[in-house]
Design a protein around this ligand. Structure first.
Ligand code: AMP
Ligand code: ZN
Length: 483
């Protein structure tokens, strides 16, 4: 498979470090609010990547953190902890907020057919790991103490800007968003590993550490959770493009300083979902959620379809009109699949194989899901029987997860139930006296005719005539009388 690697800025052949397993890490949500559909775009595309790797035969172990502490209002280590802000907004405790929005996140994921990663780890579970890693970074002079906090010293690295397709002004996190710079830092891009002093003395969750009672920085969480569950190297690290800097850049800095070797091979970044007037953002207060889509009558899977229609590296603009178009196309696709007859023919192995290859060549091309969607329409037109077409579509949907088989199956059943039942064959005795034996023989004659067994049908007619029964065919049945 060819996969674009943000670290090398090229499409590379994907080869895992270990032949038997792909180790995949995903930055999880900061659970201070509902996920917006932009966040979920990233998780949908990462889900497709995981499922596709499994489809082509890899074992995948995927780990995701839940950020329930340490993600500050500004990625530049200033501002209040987002969790604390959420708790204050809702007059609840930080842990209550974390639980509520973690559950809400996975409920949204379920509606979007996003598989739960193999390991989901809340950041507050791993304090011991952060302390261990920060300790070594301090011992080896990659980290320093200042103003009560512990910072990573970016000047100690040979190269820091790993994803350096950024503009210099975008990198100035310390002065971005009108946030004042942190005077404790020796270098502009140094970042906090452990806080004991912040302007916000009411930080809810704090733990003891060699540097005083405090809490971890956001970046160290992902490095340590990844190492805890995936060991000292990983194949793929994913996240939305906003995480490339500073979050992922800092993850690489501290992980490689700690490990003394390369940490992650492939960096996969999903481009943003934007609204026509800019970036979708939780901190703006009003944002689009899966529940809102449902309230407006949209199937969440129509949103998944909308996302898959575009390549994950292209930013995508959300408008209701765009979603309407995707939703219309999605429903039509289900109708077309429902019109296929599962009992039509036997499995056509050659067609199945040909189409599997076609699907793989679409998706092998840097996870080209828009070609994956086009593939479904091609499969509908395949020169093979209905049963095989359904099998082709079912295979692709193991990766695309658009619920195509379930939804088309339900629709097919509904259509069959709504069809008028064929009028029964009527047998009318002219004298009004029913005769079960004659009726059964006349029904058998009718069935023989239907099956084009005309000789059989004639034989029944002749036998009845020999018994003095004369018959007259009428629309939908037959009349008979004794002569
Ligand atoms: P957060 O909950 O803010 O930590 O973000 C969760 C995930 O959503 C991260 O991978 C972000 O990079 C990603 N993300 C944030 N905003 C967007 C957006 N507008 N479109 C796509 N992904 C996003
Ligand atoms: Zn992360």
């Amino acid at each position: 498979m060819k996969l674009y690697n943000s670290a090398t800025r090229t499409r590379e052949e994907f080869v895992p470090n270990h032949p038997d397993i792909v180790k995949m890490y995903t930055c999880g949500p900061t659970v201070y609010h509902f996920a917006h559909i932009g966040n979920l775009r990233s998780y949908i595309m990462e889900d497709v990547l995981e499922k596709y790797l499994r489809f082509i035969g890899y074992n995948v172990k995927r780990v995701m953190n839940i950020t329930d502490v340490g993600h500050l209002a500004s990625d530049g280590d200033t501002g209040e902890d987002k969790m604390l802000k959420g708790a204050r907004r809702e007059h609840k405790s930080v842990m209550d907020i974390a639980k509520y929005y973690t559950d809400a996140f996975f409920a949204d994921c379920a509606k979007l057919n996003i598989k739960r990663p193999d390991v989901v780890e809340p950041a507050t579970n791993c304090i011991h790991e952060y302390v261990k890693v920060i300790n070594r970074l301090v011992d080896t002079n990659y980290a320093y103490r200042a103003g009560g906090n512990v910072y990573f010293d970016t000047s100690k690295l040979k190269s820091y800007y790993v994803f350096n397709d950024f503009r210099e002004e975008d990198l100035a996190v310390g002065v971005r968003e009108g946030v004042e710079a942190d005077d404790n830092k020796k270098n502009r891009n140094d970042f906090a590993l452990w806080f004991t002093k912040s302007k916000f003395e009411d930080q809810a969750l704090k733990w003891d550490s060699p540097w005083g009672v405090g809490y971890p920085g956001w970046h160290i969480e992902c490095s340590c959770i990844s190492m805890k569950h995936l060991g000292e190297d990983i194949d793929i690290h994913c996240g939305g493009i906003d995480n490339a800097f500073p979050h992922h850049t800092n993850e690489i800095a501290q992980s490689e300083a700690y490990l003394g070797h390369k940490w992650c091979n492939f960096w996969v970044h999903v481009a943003h979902l934007n609204t026509p007037d800019g970036k979708m953002s939780k901190s703006k207060g009003e944002f689009l959620t899966v529940s809102l889509l449902e309230e407006k009558g949209y199937d969440p899977l129509a949103y998944r379809f909308f996302c898959l229609q575009s390549h994950y590296r292209k930013s995508l603009v959300f408008t209701w009109e765009n979603l309407d178009n995707a939703s219309g196309a999605y429903n039509k696709l289900i109708q077309k699949i429902a019109a296929l007859d599962p009992d039509d023919g036997e499995t056509d192995g050659a067609a199945l194989e040909e189409y599997r290859d076609r699907f793989i060549s679409a998706m092998d091309n840097d996870l080209n899901t828009s070609m994956g969607v086009t593939f479904l329409y091609d499969a509908l037109k395949a020169k093979t029987n209905g049963k095989t077409k359904l099998q082709i579509i079912a295979e692709a949907d193991r990766v695309l997860s658009l619920g195509l088989m379930e939804k088309s199956g339900e629709l097919r059943k509904k259509n069959a139930a709504a069809k008028p039942v064929k009028a029964e064959f009527t047998v009318i005795p002219e004298d009004g006296n029913e005769d079960g034996d004659i009726k059964a023989r006349l029904i058998a004659r009718m069935e023989a005719k239907k099956a084009k067994d005309f000789a059989g049908a004639d034989a029944i007619r002749e036998a009845l005539r020999a018994e003095g029964i004369e018959i007259t065919d009428i629309p939908g049945g037959v009349r008979w009388k004794r002569v």
